[in-house]
Design a protein around this ligand. Structure first.
Ligand code: ZN
Length: 376
């Protein structure tokens, strides 16, 4: 096990990179997909099962955990890893994004954000310094800078002001984080879809110096084409020797497109959330298990998948338990979705290492274009 936080790029194919992040809590193979454990749990999954899907790292949400059960309480109980029974690396977001998207009344100043909890209406204050303190109390391995992110579309003036504020907050985050061997602090690039603002943001962050760099402010309503346009240049503004993390992405084809453009890490609630709404991601596209066509179908979701849902259960059974709102439905469909997302990552890691990413990508899109298997 590494004593320090390290990143190594082992192979590159086009802009796509195969690498490894070493931490005292274990290695993270990149490109990596991080399942989201919002409230100290990946919903409907035991941590052991999340690991079985192939996840090396989880994401925890500062906003949710600070409100309930509280960062100080988690610290008293031994930290987030022990609290939720996940001994491997954890990345925590800064809370900034969810304050903006979830909380009620809020007030943004140079100092930070004051907001009302969506849980009980209580008043809270979040600053770069407090965000660093909360993430330290949680015991997070990869800590994110506290930033502000406008939803798109937004006018250039708003994006520029917000980016400049985020850069000042990045410097304060760096200062407050201090020197914590084995733990990493990531800066977050902002700038919307404005190329020069992205470059300016990357320069500001690089000057401060971080262990990794996130590309923030994407996947906030701009659409895939606009996001890919930005990813055609944005990763190139960041240091080559540090991991690049695209926050909140995405659907399988978003993930593949991002890796192709040089992204090393991603997170998204999509596989777990969709598992609870009956939406299943397979190599041949999206399957809606609620659909009546599955009611008599004895075949698995995906005969090429080795997850428990596909190995041991039929589409008919999964359809039945979903329609009956049985808890096992969320368990099995979430497991399958997480397994499939990790299989995509594994496939890309292998393809990059062997210099055949384009072939892999063509096969990925080819299978999806076929659509779901024919009804019986
Ligand atoms: Zn499966």
């Amino acid at each position: 096990m590494a004593e320090r936080f390290e990143f190594e790029v082992m192979a590159q194919d086009g802009a796509a990179r195969r690498g490894v992040i070493r931490t005292p809590r274990g290695e993270i193979r990149t490109p990596a997909f991080m399942p989201v454990g919002t409230a100290a749990t990946v919903k409907a999954m035991m941590p052991e099962s999340v690991r079985e899907t192939g996840a090396d790292i989880l994401l925890g949400n500062t906003y949710h955990l600070m409100l309930r059960p509280g960062a100080e309480r988690i610290d008293r109980l031994g930290g987030l890893h022990k609290f939720m029974n996940w001994e491997r690396p954890i990345l925590t977001d800064s809370g900034g994004f969810q304050v903006m998207s979830l909380s009620g009344l809020r007030k943004l100043t140079e100092e930070g954000v004051t907001f009302k909890s969506h849980v009980d209406g209580s008043k809270h204050h979040l600053t770069p310094e407090r965000s660093m303190e909360i993430q330290r109390l949680l015991g997070s391995d990869i800590v994110m800078c506290f930033d502000e992110c406008p939803s798109l579309p937004a006018d250039r003036k708003r994006i520029a002001e917000s980016m400049a504020l985020s850069m000042r907050w990045a410097a304060r985050s760096r200062e407050a984080f201090g020197d914590r061997p084995g733990h990493a602090l990531f800066g977050i690039m902002q700038g919307g879809l404005e190329r020069d603002l992205r470059e300016e943001s990357a320069e500001a962050l690089t000057k401060i110096g971080f262990d990794g760099y996130a590309i923030g402010g994407l996947a906030v309503g701009e659409g895939q084409a606009a996001m890919f346009d930005c990813l055609d240049y944005a990763p190139g503004f960041l240091p080559q020797d540090k991991p690049r993390y695209l926050m909140g992405v995405g659907k399988p084809d978003d993930i593949v497109g991002a890796v192709k453009r040089g992204v090393d890490m991603m997170d998204c609630v999509l596989p777990s959330r969709s598992g609870r709404t009956g939406q299943v991601f397979t190599r041949r596209g999206v399957v809606n298990i609620k659909n009546a066509r599955h009611a008599d179908d004895p075949r698995p979701l995906d005969e090429g998948c080795s997850c428990p849902a596909c190995r041991n259960y039929s589409r008919a059974y999964l359809h039945h338990v979903f329609r009956s709102q049985e808890i096992i439905s969320s368990m099995l469909l979430t497991w399958h979705n997480l397994h499939y997302f990790q299989e995509i990552m594994d496939g890309m890691r292998g393809a990059i290492a062997e210099g055949r990413f384009d072939d892999w990508e063509a096969e990925f899109h080819g299978l999806r274009a076929l659509g779901d298997i024919e009804p019986l």
